[in-house]
Write a new protein. Structure first.
Length: 245
């Protein structure tokens, strides 16, 4: 005859202090798990979706400046602009491009003027119509002096906000491009006032970024380098964020 064993029930008595401690530990674990679910880019995302317009200069029949090897400004501008779009969208910005392919924009303007003027007018109209928080126009520089080098950020002289945006972008470039990427303590981005059409005729904060001199041997090599172009895009984005903060 088999004797059935009775199930044993163990009762553990916990005092209030131990229960409180356990609850605190559980709560701490939940809080840590919650915050670990967000990476740094998510924490600082611009959830309100600030609108930024990116204007890659030139395009289509207008190649911009170039070198003897066939390197054209219009292509470099578009590369950096598309990288910048990617960077801004990752951080929650609403991005509008004046062009996303190799085209000039004169056909989008109805004014009676030269092809060059109509192209500029179309860019201005896109910016003013969409009323962005800011715009960034991307260009490549050139000079008769091959020693001229570096990144320059232009703003319209009477626009304080544009000047502040230019300063923020330059600070970011100095750190992320010159110090960290090129390991240079000598190169510094320059903030400069200028009466460019795209800066004068637009109705919002904006800057024009010359990302290097195609006529300078060192800059020329960099302008062909995707890592450099991506770093420029990242630096501009970080400068925009710094300005917004």
């Amino acid at each position: 005859m088999k004797i059935k064993k009775r199930a044993r029930i163990y009762v553990i008595k916990l005092n209030k202090k131990i229960i409180s401690l356990i609850l605190i530990i559980i709560l701490a674990i939940i809080i840590i798990a919650f915050f670990n679910g967000f990476n740094s880019t998510e924490i600082f995302k611009h959830s309100s979706g600030e609108k930024i317009i990116i204007d890659p200069g030139h395009g289509g029949i207008d190649g911009g400046t170039g070198d003897k090897g066939g390197l054209l400004e219009k292509d470099i501008n578009l590369d950096v602009a598309l990288y910048l779009k990617e960077e801004l969208m990752k951080d929650g910005f609403n991005v509008i491009m004046t062009r996303e392919e190799d085209e000039s924009l004169e056909d989008f303007s109805s004014i009676n003027a030269s092809r060059y003027r109509r192209d500029l007018n179309a860019r201005k109209s896109i910016i003013n119509k969409n009323k962005p928080k800011a715009f960034v126009s991307i260009h490549v520089n050139s000079s008769k002096k091959t020693t001229a080098r570096g990144i320059q950020v232009y703003y319209y002289p009477s626009s304080k906000e544009s000047q502040e945006l230019a300063r923020s972008i330059c600070k970011s470039i100095d750190v992320n491009v010159y110090e960290k990427f090129l390991k240079s303590e000598e190169l510094k981005a320059k903030v400069l006032p200028e009466d460019y059409f795209i800066l004068r005729e637009t109705e919002c904060t904006g800057v024009l970024v010359e990302i290097g001199f195609i006529t300078n041997p060192e800059d020329n090599v960099l302008l062909k380098n995707d890592k450099y172009k991506r770093k420029i895009a990242y630096s501009i984005k970080e400068g925009v964020k710094m300005w917004l903060e």
